[in-house]
Design a protein around this ligand. Structure first.
Ligand code: HSE
Length: 309
């Protein structure tokens, strides 16, 4: 059995418009890399973090907390050291903390001979995610681990459904270079919603799931609507409405906040339209004084994967 593993830990889009805290999908154009190594000395030790300034101390680090939760459960007779090469900016809304948490639990599991299944790994990773967002949700973690689209039916007990990915679906992302803390973006949300809004929202979730199963792109278009969370959070993202308008005019099936923002995603049928949407987003945001970057990605149906040495 190997003593070391190198991983690609993908970025993800949570919520997918109508599915706050339950829906997500996996990207493949951007992700972190991580090396997990077995050590004789017991415990969890993060030896290196490159890319962004994050704490090395395991108890203060999302990956470290997830690893400790798993380590305490597994009680192996060895330890692990971890190197994290971050490409996903923390606070960008594309699952930076989830990539770290998923990477470490997946890596340790591989080095221990896979004693846990992916749902159990999600449970440990949730402990790390909670450090970043002050809430145990798994809508970024599940797609990072399973790939494709996932629906977290419940977190207690953890129940994750894998949803099929229509082949021609492409994502376009824009990341305005501002930081939004997930915990703060959660605090501004209402504690209760009206029955009328709840009815509209769960109809959209149901129809989106049906559309993904039946490759019904027109229904995807009609379902990608968030009337509960977006009205509050869009105020945190400068020019959100104009950007969404530009994306839709360019032919996107839908456009919404990625996770808790500030990134915004659009889904399109085919790469050409996704590229056109990217161009429209760039053209709109270039008129502002906010720096940004954009990319187009296929939906990553594999999720986290091992990088060959
Ligand atoms: N579902 C989460 C939220 C994703 O929107 O707050 C970000 O962690």
């Amino acid at each position: 059995m190997n003593n070391e593993i190198k991983l690609f830990c993908p970025a993800t889009v949570a919520n997918v418009a109508c599915g706050f805290d339950v829906l997500g999908f996996c990207l493949d154009s951007i992700g972190d890399e991580m090396v997990v190594r077995k050590t004789k000395e017991k415990g969890i030790c993060i030896t290196k973090i490159e890319g962004y300034d994050l704490p090395l101390e395991a108890t203060k680090n999302v990956a470290g907390v997830a690893a400790i939760a798993m380590y305490e459960h597994a009680q192996p007779d060895c330890g692990f050291e971890i190197e994290i090469y971050k490409n996903i900016k923390p606070g960008s809304g594309i699952g930076s903390s989830a990539a770290s948490a998923v990477g470490i639990v997946f890596g340790i599991n591989e080095l221990l001979g896979r004693p846990y299944n992916k749902t159990q790994l999600t449970y440990f990773a949730m402990k790390g995610e909670a450090l970043a967002s002050k809430s145990e949700h798994a809508d970024n973690l599940a797609p990072a681990l399973f790939g494709g689209f996932t629906l977290v039916k419940s977190t207690l007990p953890l129940d994750i459904l894998e949803i099929p990915t229509p082949k021609e679906l492409f994502a376009t992302l824009i990341h305005p270079q501002i930081e939004i803390k997930t915990s703060e973006a959660r605090e501004i949300l209402p504690k209760e919603v009206s029955l009328k809004n709840a009815t509209t929202q769960w109809a959209n979730v149901g129809s989106l799931i049906h559309a993904l199963h039946t490759n019904d792109y027109k229904l995807i278009h009609r379902s990608l609507e968030d009337i509960i969370v977006e009205p509050y959070r869009k105020q945190l993202i400068p020019h959100f409405d104009d950007l969404k308008f530009a994306a839709m005019q360019a032919g996107a099936l839908g456009c919404a906040i990625s996770g808790s923002g500030p990134s915004i995603f659009a889904l399109s049928k085919g790469k050409d339209i996704a590229k056109r949407v990217e161009k429209a987003m760039k053209s709109m945001y270039s008129k502002t004084d906010i720096a940004y970057n954009t990319f187009v990605s296929t939906i990553n149906t594999k999720g986290i994967n091992i990088i060959n040495p």
